[in-house]
Design a protein around this ligand. Structure first.
Ligand SMILES: CC(C)(COP(=O)(O)OP(=O)(O)OC[C@H]1O[C@@H](n2cnc3c(N)ncnc32)[C@H](O)[C@@H]1OP(=O)(O)O)[C@@H](O)C(=O)NCCC(=O)NCCS
Length: 154
């Protein structure tokens, strides 16, 4: 008799800004007003939101904004924002999967540098994926210490 192996079938795809709020709000702005999870530029044509699903349930997200960092010289940059995985789903590789997909998506559009303002607790996640810190740490009110990080997409 054949053994059955149940491998989770994750689906990663573009989603709307509105859909991303289902994860962005509880994970990144817990206990704060819903509006605090809406970012300027969320609905611009140049902004992309990505979601990772299992059984039609959205478990993780990230968003990419056409935005240049003043200390990076590359003319083809995008900023990663709103990187989040539901608390009970963290540490299973979902963040890595959705971010890898998002990076490939913009790389195919000619983008050669991705950067983000990373929370201190998440810097290891990003260094694992090839990001490097640049500049000095800085504070964001109500959230904490952040580090600018970037990765060449090659
Ligand atoms: C940060 C976050 C998006 C990572 O997603 P995740 O699905 O938990 O991470 P993954 O399981 O894909 O981890 C990928 C790799 O990073 C590592 N990693 C993930 N989070 C880490 C952490 N906090 N510290 C150290 N390493 C971490 C994993 O060990 C894994 O390494 P491996 O590939 O060598 O096994 C998720 O934990 C999260 O939503 N955290 C709360 C919100 C947050 O801080 N978002 C970032 C804002 S800048």
């Amino acid at each position: 008799m054949l053994n059955t192996i149940n491998t989770p079938k994750y689906i990663i795809k573009l989603i709307s800004a509105q859909e991303s709020y289902q994860v962005r709000h509880p994970v990144l702005r817990p206990g704060r007003a819903f509006e605090t999870c809406i970012f300027d530029g969320d609905t611009l044509e140049t902004t992309f939101h990505f979601g990772i699903f299992l059984n039609n349930q959205l478990l993780g997200i990230c968003s990419l904004f056409k935005n240049e960092h003043k200390n990076l010289s590359d003319a083809h940059q995008y900023q990663l924002r709103g990187m989040a995985v539901l608390a009970e789903q963290q540490g299973k590789g979902l963040g890595k999967l959705v971010l890898n997909y998002a990076e490939s998506f913009i790389k195919a559009k000619g983008i050669t540098t991705i950067w983000c303002n990373a929370r201190e607790v998440a810097t290891k996640f990003y260094t694992n994926l090839g990001y490097e810190i640049f500049g000095e740490p800085f504070e964001i009110e109500k959230i904490g210490t952040h580090y600018a990080m970037y990765k060449p997409l090659q």
